[in-house]
Write a protein that binds this ligand. Structure first.
Ligand code: HIS
Length: 377
């Protein structure tokens, strides 16, 4: 048989045995934490029309989408991001609804990145979205829910960095940047490419003090105190009200008892352009990428026909598992099946025994004794 048949493409993988049992256990724990906050599970399709993830929506760039065609010639896309799908779904079925809507979901997302990046191209995401809620209380609920859910998996050492896209937008407006320059600058700052950012601002004739203010954004991180520094640097109402919101958010997190897990990072700029306010990422030891990502997107549902504010997050289950393993944190898994070995002469008794165990909710596998047993490990 060709060895090639046994291989999976780069960036996807099989998960089985104990590792899969651990994954299921973490998923259940995260789901239960989200359920406690009143979120209702929903399911959206794995692929959608291209337009749901088009450039105007502001999600994953087109070159990173898995695109294909159906027999009618429609362009379809394997979802790279749940948020546009949930926005579409909420706009379709809850269009007239004004009360807060709480949705949670779980499934795999797909991004067609280059093999050289060494990233998984299919990951399991578990998330929640709170629609029709513009308040700071909603932002605080989302952040505190994330913190509680992470603690419930057994993780202890993690930090949530919070930013607000309005701070940077305010500085860009103040400096008179056009949209294209703003997008280019955002990409350079997110990629930590400061020299190129400096060059770009010089090229576009951005004057002082605006140029240095924009470049300093990358250094604006730390505890609550760092917000006052950021406030002192900005002279425009957009950036200043972003700072005020973050300060208010912090006092709400104190009510939840979750403020110790957060820090601020005004240089945090997401690659997704649908965010309109607070954004955040959770980091922990042993994983380079964020294990949770989220934020407020008050204009996205409008693109699907329902003007409604919303805020939400996703947890990347594969990365949380990597963190738990790297930090040697035990994950309770369900008992493996009891193995009942039978010989031709005692099959009747062993079968009865297995049935009795199953009747009591205990998993039991019958195994021919001469086979030497099976292994799923
Ligand atoms: N979908 C975003 C996370 C998010 C959910 N809701 C709001 N933001 C992401 O994948 O990064």
């Amino acid at each position: 048989m060709s060895q090639k048949l046994l291989h999976t493409p780069e960036g996807v993988r099989d998960i089985y045995g104990r590792e899969y049992a651990r994954k299921l256990s973490v998923e259940n724990s995260l789901k239960e934490s989200i359920r406690l906050y009143g979120y209702e599970e929903i399911q959206t399709p794995t692929f959608e029309f291209f337009d749901v993830f088009s450039r105007e929506i502001g999600t994953t760039p087109s070159k990173e989408l898995y695109k294909f065609f159906d027999k009618e010639g429609n362009t379809l896309v394997l979802r790279p991001d749940f948020t546009p799908s949930i926005a579409r779904c909420a706009a379709k079925y809850f269009c007239e609804e004004q009360v807060p809507l709480r949705f949670s979901y779980m499934g795999n997302t797909f991004t067609n990145t280059s093999n050289l990046q060494g990233k998984l191209k299919e990951v399991t995401q578990l998330g929640a979205e709170l629609v029709n809620e513009p308040s700071m209380e909603a932002d605080a609920e989302i952040l505190s829910l994330v913190i509680r859910a992470l603690l419930n998996t057994g993780l202890k050492r993690f930090q949530i960095a919070i930013g607000d896209v309005e701070y940077f937008k305010g500085l860009c407006e103040e400096a008179g940047l056009d949209e294209e320059t703003e997008l280019d600058l955002r990409a350079l700052i997110s990629g930590k490419n400061y020299f190129a950012a400096q060059e770009l601002l010089q090229e576009r004739n951005v004057e002082e003090p605006y140029r240095s203010r924009l470049l300093k954004v990358a250094d604006l991180f730390g505890d609550l105190g760092s917000l006052s520094g950021a406030g002192a640097m900005a002279c425009n109402p957009r950036s200043l009200s972003a700072i005020r919101r973050l300060e208010e958010l912090y006092s709400l997190l104190k009510l939840y008892g979750t403020a110790d897990y957060v820090s601020f990072d005004l240089g945090m700029l997401s690659k997704y352009r649908y965010y309109t306010g607070m954004i955040f990422k959770a980091y922990t030891y042993g994983v380079g990428e964020a294990i949770v990502k989220g934020g407020r997107y008050d204009k996205l549902l409008q693109q699907f026909g329902k003007p409604a504010p919303a805020v939400g997050f996703v947890m990347v289950v594969d990365s949380i598992l990597e963190a738990l393993s790297g930090q040697n944190i035990e994950i309770a898994v369900t008992e493996p099946p009891r193995k009942l070995y039978y010989r031709p002469g005692d099959y009747r008794e062993k079968l009865a025994e297995a049935q009795a165990l199953r009747g009591r909710g205990i998993s039991a596998a019958l195994i021919p004794a001469e086979s030497g047993g099976v292994s799923n490990e």
